[in-house]
Design a protein around this ligand. Structure first.
Ligand SMILES: [Zn+2]
Length: 320
């Protein structure tokens, strides 16, 4: 059953890639410029290198390291779920004209992967597919690595290195700037980790267990000694089975789990299951966590660092 799921997922990716390539052809033949995002600089001045990012976390990272040396186009908007993102024809166009495409990889962008492979002409960085990142497995997708590596700050640092090196490769003239911004960002990440460790110390070890809508927090849990359970596995494409929900309820009662959490980028159906499990077991809903997307601008979780702070504060305040 697991294998069938995986095959089906790959099939969809290929289907979408083919469809988008076809649509691009039709658009080019049939009409002029639409309102596709421009990945190049303004006319007259020398065009800046163009960078396309998939998720909102990667968009934040690219902008943090690049400053105004490059033009960054983010494909996904805050709140969009990368597992089931609906590819637009303009995405393929942006990817085709980019000097650098930055994606997570490890099949997080299940629908976009084929579009990147089929259209990218410049450099492509799959930031989670770094040699130094040891991935966790998945109970639900046998053999498939868990793609949510950004949830561990130490692993996110490898994303930083990959994106920095990608920027240097397409724009070597600004190497010193990319390196100094990355160094400053590493310091901020170290400060974030120190603060996180202090906050988690407020939670007694016996209470360090949480339930979330989907399995996006395994790396987060690993790094911070929190036991994490998801209503469903590492992708939001599946529907939970009744026996999984029953087993989860039993676990919540047995382990006396204090709080369950909904996620900002997963479906309302999935989040309502979390609320029902909380109701059935007497546990509370501890709040909303940002898993696969940053928050909207002004939400207080619109950068990687503020998103992590929001998640830690929400978890610690609910568990302590
Ligand atoms: Zn996810």
């Amino acid at each position: 059953m697991t294998l069938i799921n995986q095959n089906k997922r790959i099939g969809y990716s290929q289907f979408f890639a083919g469809l988008v390539v076809l649509l691009m052809g039709l658009i080019q033949v049939g009409c002029g410029d639409g309102e596709e995002p421009s990945a190049t600089g303004g006319s007259g001045a020398e065009a800046k290198p163009s960078v396309v990012t998939t998720t909102t976390m990667l968009d934040d990272l690219a902008r943090t390291l690049a400053g105004d040396h490059v033009e960054v186009v983010g494909i996904m908007r805050p709140g969009q779920d990368p597992h089931v993102y609906e590819v637009l024809p303009r995405d393929a166009q942006a990817i085709a004209s980019a000097d650098l495409v930055i994606a997570n990889g490890l099949n997080l962008e299940a629908t976009l992967h084929g579009v990147i492979e089929g259209n990218a002409k410049g450099k492509v960085v799959y930031a989670a597919e770094h040699d130094a990142i040891e991935t966790l497995g998945s109970e639900d997708y046998e053999g498939a690595p868990d793609p949510h590596c950004w949830m561990d700050i130490e692993l996110w640092k490898h994303y930083v290195t990959s994106v920095r090196d990608g920027l240097i490769a397409i724009d070597p003239g600004n190497q010193a700037d990319y390196e100094s911004r990355a160094t400053a960002y590493f310091t901020e990440l170290d400060e974030l980790q120190t603060w996180m460790t202090e906050r988690f110390a407020e939670v007694p070890e016996s209470q360090r267990v949480i339930v979330t809508s989907h399995d996006a927090f395994n790396y987060f849990g690993n790094a911070n000694k929190i036991e994490v359970h998801g209503v469903i596995g590492i992708s939001t494409e599946q529907a939970p089975r009744p026996q999984d929900i029953a087993a989860l309820e039993a676990m919540v009662k047995e382990r006396n789990v204090q709080a369950l959490f909904i996620e900002s980028s997963t479906s309302p159906t999935l989040n309502s299951i979390v609320e029902k499990v909380a109701e059935q077991t007497g546990a509370k809903v501890g709040g909303t966590l940002y898993s696969d997307s940053l928050g909207m601008p002004g939400s207080g979780a619109d950068t990687y660092i503020t998103m992590m702070k929001h998640n830690v504060n929400t978890v610690v305040d609910a568990l302590k």
